[in-house]
Design a protein around this ligand. Structure first.
Ligand code: AVJ
Ligand code: FE
Length: 441
């Protein structure tokens, strides 16, 4: 069980909020004020916008909505409203300077910890099971991933200290290329996970045909074979919109790759290095993932297929919280939390495998799926339509599983992310699937 004891919940919420703030501090203290206020890419906000936006969302949901407090600085709400100002326009806004952004976020946090101390954490939907506290910790962690993307796009020497690389798997060469997932019903989504966001709800039954799915994400080495086979010059592999982008931007490889004589190099957080062949490919758009899959004679898994591969336990017929079971992630299960700042080699994390033997579903790289971002049957927007509902439709593709940049509080078997299919700056890779033969179940 999740434990609904208020003292347990209080501890969990405090820990999630504190972990998020430590990450935020690391990402915003390793560059100077000029770099915090600069725009490193038109795709991203200045880091100092994310910092105050984190504080402002926390103020709106935990101080105003939960505790009924007056606004601390009502004049700044509109500056930090993501819907009023597109990212490219944010540098021209009257942003709080770094020192003020920091003290605003710290001031909000101090008051929030008082609210957390006093809340019964049951009753109203917003506070029940500490939901709003969990939602705000997830929000901050999502912006910590966004800020890490900004760090990757930033030019100049490394700012973040390079952590230990993740361990290489011992048995990767012995893994089957793909795994058969049996056809039939399974439970998708959740009605039980206390901090699941609105788009993950409710739990519902889905019926799928049997299919095969890659046991590991597609590697740089495999993707290089697509490149070297002329994949970027062959329109028949590409969705028409993807082909138009290839032509318009003369794409030849994933973002951050460059060819140096006979060798492929990639820039990773300010350091140029040879492309590691055994690492999952990432910084590819949905169109690149889709084209690779077609070239390989395969296809992207649907979102439901991904979730069945990740959660379905054939022994019990139940859907698990994570591929390895119901226990929260540890560093033995998955590469999460910006611990390594890179994905582990393919085949890593044997203890994180699903019951059917699929690896690295959680952590390492986000995985593009074939599916549009749509509501589940019975969806109810909560607590605000701008979190998910306004993004439903055919413009966004679903990503699953989380990356090395995601914290465990914002990652589980049901967690859904979405983005435009052209996006390449996000930490997104993919795995492929294929239909089962008739008669295979
Ligand atoms: C779920 C990652 C698409 O970053 O736009 C942050 C998360 N929502 N603030 C985003 C989010 C509001 C969202 N994604
Ligand atoms: Fe936000």
């Amino acid at each position: 069980g999740q434990g609904s004891d208020p003292e347990q919940l209080r501890k969990r919420a405090l820990q999630a909020l504190t972990t998020a703030r430590e990450r935020t501090a690391t990402l915003t203290s390793c560059v100077d004020d000029a770099e915090l206020t600069a725009q490193h890419s038109p795709l991203m906000s200045p880091l100092v916008w994310d910092l105050a936006h984190i504080g402002n969302q926390e103020e709106q949901w935990l101080l105003r909505a939960v505790a009924g407090r007056e606004a601390l600085r009502p004049e700044i709400d509109s500056v930090y409203d993501a819907f009023e100002h597109p990212r490219a326009a944010r540098p021209t806004l009257p942003l709080l300077p770094p020192a003020q952004a920091r003290s605003y976020a710290a001031d909000v946090r101090g008051r929030v910890l008082d609210v957390l101390e006093r809340s019964p954490l049951r009753g109203e939907p917003l506070v029940d099971a500490a939901f709003a506290f969990g939602m705000i910790a997830q929000h901050e962690q999502q912006h910590d991933e966004t800020m890490l993307i900004t760090h990757q796009l930033r030019r100049g020497p490394a700012a973040l200290t390079a952590p230990e690389p993740p361990r290489a798997p011992a048995d990767a060469a012995r893994l089957p290329a793909d795994v058969l997932v049996p056809g039939g019903e399974f439970t998708m989504g959740t009605s039980a996970e206390p901090w699941a966001l609105d788009n993950e709800r409710p739990a519902h039954r889905r019926t799928l045909d049997a299919f095969h799915i890659d046991s590991v994400p597609v590697s740089n080495g495999a993707y290089l074979r697509f490149i070297e086979d002329g994949g970027y010059a062959e329109p028949r592999w590409w969705h028409p919109h993807g082909w138009a982008l290839v032509r318009e931007h003369t794409l030849t490889a994933p973002l951050f790759w460059r060819r140096d004589g006979g060798e492929w190099l990639r820039r990773r957080f300010g350091v140029l290095e040879p492309v590691p062949l055994d690492e999952p490919v990432f910084h590819v758009s949905w169109y690149e993932a889709d084209a690779y899959a077609r070239w390989a004679g395969r296809r992207l898994p649907t979102e439901a297929e991904w979730e069945k591969a990740a959660r379905f336990d054939p022994a019990s017929g139940r859907s698990l919280r994570y591929p390895w079971g119901d226990a929260d992630p540890t560093p033995e299960h998955a590469n999460l939390g910006q611990r390594h700042l890179r994905p582990a080699p393919v085949g890593g994390y044997p203890l994180g495998a699903s019951p059917l033997g699929v690896r690295q579903l959680i952590g390492d790289v986000w995985e593009w799926t074939a599916s549009d971002f749509l509501p589940y049957p019975g969806f109810v927007a909560f607590p605000y339509p701008e979190y998910s509902q306004v993004f439903f439709g055919d413009a966004h593709k679903v990503l699953r599983g989380g990356s090395f940049a995601v914290d465990s509080v914002a990652c589980r078997g049901t967690f859904r992310n979405w983005d435009l299919p052209m996006r390449r700056q996000i930490f997104a890779g993919f795995r492929t699937a294929r239909d089962a033969q008739p008669g295979q179940r």
